[in-house]
Design a protein. Structure first.
Length: 249
């Protein structure tokens, strides 16, 4: 297991989104929740890296890369928001470089924890809950993919998101909330039988099933909504011109 260091903070120059004032603020670059459990609560309640402008009084969270590490539960997550012109390709490249550096620094033969890359704050909080519940993230994202696939009219992946709801999930059911991506409002709840999750876990647990799951989500970004949108774009691109014209008519 990787022995992490203490949570790390550094100063960052930012502009207030309210008044544009230039601010120098101290933000967390990484959190080690074993040493400071309160940081987990701050993250999940949206308080972590939240600052107040001393010019206009506006309070806001600063979206910047963050590493979340829980040694006891072996949870290691890189959060890299797509803000300030950062693309998914750039986020993946930064993640791969960070992992290469980590592999270089750890002693030979030391086992590295599975490391996750997420691109949105809500996804970071959700991934923490998924891993704390002992669920397999790729299977959870496959379930979301199926939900988008089976409900294209009511669940538009371009404007709606799905988040695992650990609080309302039971021994019988996994719960997912539908979130409007523009307003961030929670709109509905969908359920998935836990026995069906266990069946998927068995199907994807080894051999050809595991290969299919890894092919669907090769990583490091494991996101059912994004994968569904990518597949839809590919399907449209592969449609013959005549088919597209006929669909328009």
């Amino acid at each position: 297991m990787v022995r992490g260091v203490m949570s790390q903070k550094s100063h960052h120059d930012i502009a207030c989104p309210g008044c544009g004032a230039e601010l120098c603020v101290e933000l967390y670059d990484s959190v080690l929740v074993d040493e400071e459990p309160g940081l987990r609560t701050d993250l999940l309640t949206g308080k972590l890296n939240r600052v107040v402008c001393d010019k206009c009084g506006k309070a806001f969270r600063v979206d910047q890369p963050l590493v979340y590490h829980d040694r006891e539960q072996e949870i290691f997550i890189h959060y890299h928001p797509l803000v300030g012109g950062v693309t998914m390709e750039a986020a993946v490249d930064a993640f791969n470089r960070a992992m290469a550096e980590l592999r270089r620094l750890v002693p030979a033969g030391m086992r590295l924890p599975e490391t996750h890359l997420v691109l949105e704050w809500s996804e970071l909080a959700e991934r923490i809950f998924v891993l704390e519940e002992g669920l397999e993230p790729r299977v959870v994202e496959h379930i979301k993919y199926m939900m988008f696939q089976q409900n294209p009219e009511k669940l538009d992946a371009s404007s709606k998101g799905l988040l695992f709801d650990a609080q309302d999930s039971t021994d019988e059911m996994l719960c997912f909330v539908v979130q409007d991506r523009a307003s961030r409002k929670l709109e509905a709840m969908l359920h998935f039988a836990r026995k069906d999750y266990e069946a998927l876990l068995n199907v994807f647990g080894e051999g050809q099933g595991l290969k299919l799951l890894m092919d669907q989500f090769p990583g490091p970004v494991v996101n059912g909504r994004l994968k569904f949108l990518q597949d839809r774009l590919m399907e449209k691109a592969e449609e013959p011109e005549g088919g597209r014209e006929e669909a328009k008519a």
